[in-house]
Design a binder for this molecule. Structure first.
Ligand SMILES: *[C@@H]1O[C@H](CO)[C@@H](O)[C@H](O)[C@H]1NC(C)=O
Ligand SMILES: CC(=O)N[C@H]1CO[C@H](CO)[C@@H](O)[C@@H]1O
Length: 555
């Protein structure tokens, strides 16, 4: 093919010199263009999904570049024929969301060393609620710093049909540390009747326009975007220390009542702008805010205070607006495993609280330090009091001593994958990432609490980078779709360290299986899918060392 193109190209001046009619030349030119473009498209399938850049000269640190002229897409067509199966792979060596068909027949020798994974469709667990990220002021400032169409492309990378197909968006109610200033919706001291409540400029110029865009993108992909509101701090004048950082709500009924009014007004006003929220958490990190090093917008809210606020003020205020458990999912917790456990158990034990609260939210920051068994224990204590449990905030690069931003880091993608698998194995229905995008410093952040993000923006170069964390998420979000049900996936070769989770799609037509191994060698996998009638479908294939793998099988 290539030779033909070269030949035609070399011949073209000769053909032109032969005074061939214009009528002939025009289509010949088109054909020439077609022939030149065709081979490059066919040659490297990965060019569709990633335009790679190596960072710091380290071949393991690869991020995919998007600029005004190019941006990789995550394209995947679900199989149509029964028995058809695909393997989607991303590897440390550079594959990104690369799709290959899996043979129905065993092409390997019998008796060789396979790791067995047995998926059992009859054993069902929690429903998958979905995937998302947070619309912080900083994320949106970074998106806005790009040329408009490139910023839209970034949003599409998350919410569009060829992106992660996120269906959740977490929205800070007023400022968080990922803002460029400290503000609330009513910084007028003693305005207890909340007559001076008003949206901030950040809502009008950032949150509302970008939430609308994301909503349109996901509706285009026929997914209903579910928004979750979360406050970081009440107005400082309502707090014991008169400060947005740390402090408690002043223990006065009028303050509690006023704060409930302040809180629900946010949803009234956003509805006025056409944005309806699916739910909210009562308070971001109510327990971690007691730690001495907590240096940004927060509220120290004890279990007793949370119960008082929910049952006496917030719950009734929501109810007066027609927001009940049926149509508005209020969550408690919203803090790290280990820190929030006894707080959440105490709050949820209150019968009045149960009238208003639907879910438990957990943050990831102690993962790997606090054993995951604590998540199962916590869940068991509250299981009969909630409809769902979700992970509502995660990021890498958070501890002050760490590199905040580590462009192209594969290991950070692995951290995401490990946590998602461990959480999903323990009743978690949704996994929501932190900032959608950060700058090359990991900000902006008024409190200098810089961290990493799956997408980094370099506004000076007019580029953004999709890191391995982004692709790590893609292996879940694109396949473990909302309303799928997790099913049993038993890794027989337990010593292999291989991790697996599996789900059955809502229509029961597809089985999706995720496999993670971070070992140094390729692994031979024997995957068995046993259906409800006991029939076993086998697939044998190889997964590469240091890889994220999703298998999609049409039943
Ligand atoms: C609300 O409170 C302010 C004081 O902040 C007061 O001046 C105003 O009259 C009050 N408005 C109503 C309608 O009660
Ligand atoms: C992420 C993961 O589970 N990695 C494991 C892959 O397998 C090796 C042994 O071959 C384990 O040491 C890793 O922990």
């Amino acid at each position: 093919m290539l030779q033909l193109v070269v030949l035609l190209f070399l011949l073209s001046p000769v053909l032109a010199g032969m005074q061939v009619s214009r009528l002939f030349l025009a289509p010949a030119g088109c054909l020439l263009t077609l022939l030149i473009y065709l081979p490059s498209d066919l040659d490297s399938h990965s060019a569709d999904t990633c335009f790679p850049r190596v960072f710091e000269g380290n071949s393991q640190k690869i991020a995919c570049v998007c600029d005004s002229s190019r941006c990789g897409q995550l394209s995947f067509t679900w199989p149509q024929r029964s028995g058809e199966a695909y393997l989607v792979q991303s590897t440390r060596s550079g594959k990104r969301f690369s799709v290959s068909e899996l043979d129905e027949y065993d092409t390997f020798q019998e008796g060789s060393n396979f790791d067995e994974v047995q998926v059992n469709l009859a054993t069902k667990y929690q429903k998958i609620l979905g995937w998302g990220g947070a619309f912080t002021d900083s994320a949106l400032i970074n998106i806005r710093s790009l040329p408009e169409s490139l910023g839209d492309q970034l949003l599409e990378s998350y919410y569009g049909p060829n992106g992660l197909q996120y269906n959740f968006g977490r929205v800070p109610m007023a400022g968080s540390d990922f803002s460029t200033r400290v503000y609330s919706y009513n910084d007028n001291p003693d305005n207890l009747n909340q007559t001076l409540w008003q949206l901030a400029e950040e809502d009008l110029t950032l949150k509302i326009p970008y939430l609308k865009k994301a909503s349109e993108l996901s509706q285009g992909g026929k997914i209903k975007l579910k928004l979750i509101g979360t406050p970081w701090s009440p107005p400082a004048w309502m707090k014991t220390n008169q400060n947005a950082v740390r402090g408690k709500l002043i223990d006065d009924d009028r303050v509690y009542q006023s704060y409930a009014e302040y809180w629900v007004k946010f949803f009234d006003v956003y509805e006025h702008y056409g944005l309806n929220f699916w739910g909210a958490s009562v308070q971001n990190e109510p327990v971690a805010s007691n730690l001495f090093f907590y240096t940004f917008n927060s509220l120290q809210l004890s279990a007793k205070e949370a119960i008082k606020f929910i049952t006496g003020y917030l719950g009734p205020a929501l109810e007066r607006r027609g927001k009940t458990k049926k149509n508005f999912k209020l969550m408690v917790g919203d803090d790290s495993l280990g820190l929030v456990n006894s707080h959440a158990v105490s709050v949820l034990r209150d019968e009045q609280v149960q009238k208003y609260v639907s879910g438990l939210a957990i943050h990831w920051y102690t993962s790997g330090v606090v054993p995951y068994a604590a998540l199962s224990n916590l869940y068991e204590k509250v299981a009969n009091k909630i409809e769902f449990m979700m992970m509502t905030e995660a990021c890498t690069g958070a501890p002050p001593a760490w590199r905040h931003v580590d462009p192209g880091s594969w290991d950070r993608g692995v951290s995401y994958a490990k946590d998602i698998v461990e959480d999903l194995l323990r009743h978690t229905g949704a996994w929501i990432d932190w900032n959608l995008a950060l700058d090359m410093q990991g900000g902006p952040n008024w409190a200098k609490n810089y961290v990493d993000s799956p997408i980094l923006v370099d506004s000076q170069k007019g580029e953004f980078y999709k890191q391995p964390m982004y692709y790590s998420l893609a292996h879940f979000s694109r396949f473990f779709r909302p309303n799928s049900v997790r099913v049993d996936a038993d890794v027989r070769a337990k010593k292999s360290g291989l991790k697996s989770i599996a789900a059955l799609t809502k229509d029961s037509k597809y089985v999706v299986v995720y496999l993670l191994n971070d070992s140094n060698r390729d692994r031979k996998i024997s995957l068995g899918v046993i259906d409800e009638s006991g029939e076993n479908q086998q697939r044998k294939f190889v997964i590469e060392s240091h890889s994220f793998n999703t298998i999609v099988l049409k039943r």
